[in-house]
Design a protein around this ligand. Structure first.
Ligand code: MG
Length: 167
């Protein structure tokens, strides 16, 4: 038996982690943050936006970020990840889904992200086409533990709710 809610509500989760390396800009949530090191990656390495994209695609059961934006594709080299999020959002919309809200946590030992969280929320809200009040970004350190705690990487988690599915 197929059980459906009406309207259909679906939740999705996303996770990402990128290494911190010298010679790269640190971009999180589409915001450039002053730092001696930045996130390695084929695109701009924005682990927060990547986690949000995977949460969106997961909620819509549309696969994952690697499926939509293959890492080896030259089109995504140094790509602005917010642009990828806009594209993912359009594909979700084409499939009949609309974003309700997103809540994300960035795991980062340094630099301190608190001053940049409102700007990240604003960029994400614009890319998703929803109100800033529907976007939450939180930051935590990893208490000095593991690769994130040693300052070798930054990780992010996200959960998203979408509504729709009338096809
Ligand atoms: Mg990534």
């Amino acid at each position: 038996m197929r059980l459906e809610t009406n309207p259909a509500l679906r939740a999705g989760t996303g996770y990402d982690i990128h290494r911190l390396v010298p010679g790269r800009r640190l971009v999180l949530g589409g915001v450039t943050i002053p730092s001696q090191v930045g996130l390695a990656g084929h695109s701009d390495g924005d682990a927060l936006v990547h986690a949000v994209i995977d949460a969106l695609l997961g909620a819509c059961a549309l696969g994952d970020i690697g499926h939509h934006f293959p890492a080896g594709d030259p089109a995504w080299r140094d790509a602005d990840s917010l642009g990828l999020l806009v594209t993912a959002c359009r594909r979700a919309g084409d499939a009949g889904w609309r974003v309700c809200n997103v809540d994300a946590t960035v795991l980062c030992e340094r630099p301190r992200l608190a001053p940049f969280l409102p700007a990240m929320q604003g960029r994400l809200a614009t890319a998703l086409g929803i109100a800033e009040s529907c976007v939450s970004v939180k930051a935590k350190t990893n208490e000095g533990l593991d690769a994130v705690g040693r300052g070798e990487a930054i990780a992010a988690q996200a959960i998203m709710l979408v509504v729709g599915g009338e096809r």
